[in-house]
Design a protein around this ligand. Sequence first.
Ligand SMILES: NC(=O)c1ccc[n+]([C@@H]2O[C@H](COP(=O)([O-])OP(=O)(O)OC[C@H]3O[C@@H](n4cnc5c(N)ncnc54)[C@H](O)[C@@H]3O)[C@@H](O)[C@H]2O)c1
Length: 333
Amino acid sequence: MNNFASLSTPRILVTGATGQIGSELTMALRQKYGGSQVIAAGHTTAPDSLLATSGPFEVLDILDTSALSHIIQKYQVDTVYHLVSLLSAKGEKNPDLAWQINLIGLKNVLDAAREYKIKKIFWPSSIAVFGPDTPKMNTSQSTILNPTTMYGLTKVAGELLCQYYFLKYGVDVRSIRYPGIISYKTAPGGGTTDWAVDMFIQALRTRDYTCFVREETTLPMMYMPDAIRAAIQITEAEASTLRHRPSYNLTAVSFSAGELAMAIQQHLPDFTCAYQPDERQMIADSWPQTIDDTFSRNDWGWQPQFNLDMIVRDMLANLSPVEKLSVQTTNTH
Ligand SMILES: NC(=O)c1ccc[n+]([C@@H]2O[C@H](COP(=O)([O-])OP(=O)(O)OC[C@H]3O[C@@H](n4cnc5c(N)ncnc54)[C@H](O)[C@@H]3O)[C@@H](O)[C@H]2O)c1
């Protein structure tokens, strides 16, 4: 039925595999464990890329529980990286769909984990769990979680749901609260931190960008290689070291829109940036500026590698001369 490299290496399902994080995480896991060990599940037909040819690809609507069961059984999956989501800005445009995909989709995966005795699940939460009344600086692991977006609400509820399944059924879920993720391979999926990627693309394309948040808006961010390393590292950590089960704070670097524009100008002096806040400003204003991720560093050895200067150099080197982000296949229904 399958030709797995070995039954002792994990048999991994990545949901949301064509997304910004999923597309790179799938390839990193295939590099580590072999193509046939890592099943990429996308919402629609396979993209025209290595993702579809370097290992199995399945179409999966996360709300279709029998399709999910079928894939888990077909490939004898024992580890799931569950990345399906409707992000913050898209979620505000369609809160009902965000509830379904983010929360019911997660519950479907947790129920399948119970039924098929999945060994480990990785599920990312987000800095969107915090809200306007959360302290903004050096925000701690256990503080006020009172988000005002549907996306944030589903992440808080999702964290509690994961904790419940862990305590009640022993489902081993590992979770981190990602900050905004910056990358050059796959376009971001409609979040509030998309400006940090858009700014690079427009800087290279037209040398000017109109940013949808104010110049002084500061948010925690992370470069994709750090985000991928964190996902794999926490999923492979000894269970006994993970003392904070619902989800871990995680960060790498914080900067404002204006600081990113200045860092890009160091390399492209004729780049100009204007600021025209839209509805996403309110979401950005409700999130912390800097994050305390001490527990991640202490419990499972988290250490980011990319600072702002390194991110800017790498983004410009890899996007240049023609910006070439692949756009995800459509993900709304
Ligand atoms: N990218 C970031 O900046 C960021 C920050 C914090 C947390 N996260 C979290 O990381 C995870 C991955 O995020 P991402 O940036 O890759 O998101 P993304 O939007 O790029 O990818 C999500 C994927 O989910 C798929 N999807 C949507 N509805 C679906 C459905 N009904 N069935 C199956 N698939 C469906 C989409 O096709 C998309 O490819 C999410 O849980 C997100 O909340 C991301």
